[in-house]
Design a protein around this ligand. Structure first.
Ligand code: PMP
Ligand code: GLU
Length: 397
């Protein structure tokens, strides 16, 4: 047996990607599965963005790009941050990477060292704790329950802080809950954070544009926070560009430089053609973003209504992203024949194998009483999926 490095042994595989793969395998066997596991828009990348990529290829943007990304893309990001978020950055504070996932990981690797504590509100996106573990840090989970709309309170934040706290990872709109922090809620967290000036904050804003409140609040825009915040964003969700792999950080210069150094040894600059497509996404009309947002909001209303009709589910009303995260623990301990549901992973597996709907158990998101459905799919699929889920649940006694 090959002796792998200890860091690999302690790493968990991504539950979201694993479930999506399993659903793909069942589909390949001819089983009609509705895939609500992975979180990605079902829309195609808008045509004007694809055209820009074709042009970039013809113009031979086919060689290595600068490690932090092309200057025109970083300039377009600076302008976006100014226009949409009222935040002033220079291009050297922007580092473009292979998706926002790498942007988060670069930042964690650049700042977190052995024994450093990283506060992660639960439910959390599956990859945060794993990235912290990769960096030899210690994830510190703070549970935010459905009754508090899954949002961290200033009191909870303050009681989790210790002299070893290095970082807080905040995601709004949130994956997996869809919760959105209001400006007042961000101000409340900022008030605590101002007292502890050695804590850095990752503000994961990848779902910024999929927001039903009409207002996106960035912690970085609260007094004294920009110098300590690392904004994560990218084109994957807003422009339906998950496969193009373009994400970025906007960060204090020293942190940006550290990520640049890391990326220079690790992956180099991201895909040249994708970067040119991302420029087109940022500088062209934003109508496509609004059209997709409207569709997501309609689907959100539909899925919330249908999920509330499933006996035993407790459902929040998410204000962003494209996930619903119902509490399903009423079914724990119940049986369908010989099959017992002991936890949310069992529940998701039951929905997959019996209901033919792929979802993800809440365990992987640090919330074992819930499960996640991505509603980035057609209205018809949502209706059929919820019917199947309701029928499968009705068999559990
Ligand atoms: N952060 C969150 C909260 C996400 O859900 C995702 C989804 N993949 C990412 C970051 C990474 O995005 P990307 O596809 O750009 O790597
Ligand atoms: N962020 C998406 C999700 O949560 C994509 C999968 C992943 O990168 O983990 O499903």
């Amino acid at each position: 047996m090959i002796k792998l490095a200890e860091r690999i042994n302690r790493l968990q595989p991504s539950a979201t990607l694993a479930m999506s793969q399993k659903s793909g395998e069942l589909k390949a066997q001819g089983i009609d599965i509705i895939n609500m596991s992975v979180g990605e828009p079902d829309f195609n990348t808008p045509n004007h963005i694809k055209e820009a990529a074709k042009q970039a290829t013809d113009e031979n943007y086919t060689r290595y790009s600068p490690v932090p990304g092309y200057p025109d893309l970083r300039k377009a990001i600076v302008e976006k941050l100014k226009k949409e978020n009222g935040l002033e950055y220079t291009t050297d504070q922007i580092i473009v990477s292979n998706g926002a996932k790498q942007s988060v990981c670069n930042t964690v690797m650049a700042l977190v060292g052995e024994g450093d504590e990283v506060i992660i509100p639960a439910p959390y996106w599956v990859s945060y704790p794993q990235m912290v573990l990769l960096a030899d840090g210690k994830p510190v989970f703070v549970e935010a329950k459905i009754e508090q709309d899954f949002k961290l309170t200033p009191e909870q934040l303050e009681s989790a802080i210790t002299p070893k706290t290095k970082m807080l990872i905040l995601c709004s709109p949130s994956n997996p809950t869809g919760s959105v922090y209001s400006r007042e809620e961000m101000e409340g967290l900022a008030k605590v954070l101002r007292k502890y000036e050695n804590i850095y904050i990752i503000c994961d804003e990848i779902y910024e544009h999929i927001n039903y409140t009409g207002q996106h609040a960035s912690l970085a825009s609260c007094d004294g926070m920009k110098e300590r915040c690392i904004i994560i964003n990218g084109v994957s969700k807003a422009y339906a560009m998950t496969g193009w792999r373009i994400g970025y950080i906007a960060a204090p210069l020293e942190i940006a430089k550290a990520c640049n150094k890391l990326q220079g040894q690790y992956t180099s600059g991201p895909c040249s053609v994708s970067q040119k497509a991302a420029v087109a996404a940022y500088v062209s009309s934003q109508d496509c973003v609004e059209e997709m947002r409207v569709a997501f909001e309609r689907r959100k209303n539909l899925i919330v209504q249908l999920a509330k009709e499933v006996p035993g589910f407790e459902v929040n009303d998410p204000q962003g992203a494209f996930y619903l995260f119902p509490k399903c623990s009423a079914y724990f301990g119940k049986k369908d024949g010989d099959r017992v549901i002991n936890n949310s992973t069992d529940f998701a597996m039951y929905l997959l194998e019996v209901g033919h709907v792929a979802t993800v158990g809440g365990d992987a998101f640090g919330s074992p009483e819930c499960f996640r459905m991505s509603y980035a799919t057609s209205d018809e699929n949502i209706k059929e999926a919820l019917k199947r889920i309701k029928d499968a649940c009705a068999r559990l006694k």
